[in-house]
Design a protein around this ligand. Structure first.
Ligand code: GAR
Length: 223
């Protein structure tokens, strides 16, 4: 069976790209990375992509007169690489009409909160300030409105009373690394898809497929 060809867009550390790359090393994983594209040169994620022998492109946004021209260049690189799905993985640019016009329904993003709570930045600080008991991450289709597209899958982590943004972000990131490959598998195996009216259609999908819960440890387990 042919594998779904994925372009991964990054802007920095690239640990989610790394988790997708590791998943793709499994011969049974139904997707492969055909391009890692960064809008910033010299970021750690590019080093990681090189270690995985992945094709790399830097399309530096500062070299283009406007968002439209930058996105045209990204679209050209993704088309040239034969990409069928675009995974934003810590890609810290707002996606505009030029990219979405061509790729809408084929662009997904991972966000460090249980959307629709805590769209935007500083999600961990805001979750702690809000006093929520659970937090997590979401993979969703990208729509013109920031962090608002149809949800594909979510993973939950507990928020402990002594958490700070750093401990919480580590716990969430660990879950992100499990959730993103899982969500890409759901898409590649056509268990979840984007429909024209923006709803995520599912086929044979159970709640366990789209929601990852942490293993709950009892006091006895921890003793
Ligand atoms: C991840 O936590 C990802 O969810 C977040 O940036 C981090 C990137 O880490 N993305 C966003 O906040 C997008 N709104 P990584 O570069 O190590 O994958």
């Amino acid at each position: 069976m042919s594998k779904l060809k994925v372009a991964v867009l990054i802007s920095g550390r690239g640990s989610n790209m790394g988790s997708l790359a590791r998943a793709c090393m499994d011969p049974d994983f139904p997707a492969e990375i055909v391009l890692v594209l960064s809008n910033r040169p010299n970021v750690l994620g590019l080093e990681l992509a090189r270690e995985h022998d992945l094709p790399i492109r830097v399309v530096d946004h500062t070299a283009y007169p406007d968002r439209e021209a930058h996105e045209e260049a990204i679209c050209a690189a993704m088309t040239e690489a034969g990409a069928e799905l675009v995974c934003m993985a810590g890609y810290m640019r707002i996606v505009g009409q030029t990219l979405l016009g061509k790729w809408r329904g084929k662009v997904v993003n991972i966000h460090p909160s249980l959307l629709p709570s805590f769209r935007g930045v500083d999600t961990h600080e805001r979750a702690i300030d809000a006093g929520v008991r659970v937090h997590g991450c979401t993979v969703h289709y990208v729509s013109p409105e920031l962090d608002a597209g149809p949800i594909i899958a979510q993973a939950v982590v507990p928020l402990h009373p002594n958490d700070d943004a750093e401990t919480l972000s580590t716990r969430v990131l660990d879950m992100e690394h499990k959730l993103y490959p899982h969500a890409v598998r759901l898409i590649a195996e056509k268990m979840v898809r984007w429909s024209g009216d923006e709803a995520v259609e599912d086929r044979k999908v159970t709640i366990d497929d789209v929601l990852m819960l942490p293993e709950i440890k009892t006091a006895e387990d921890q003793a």
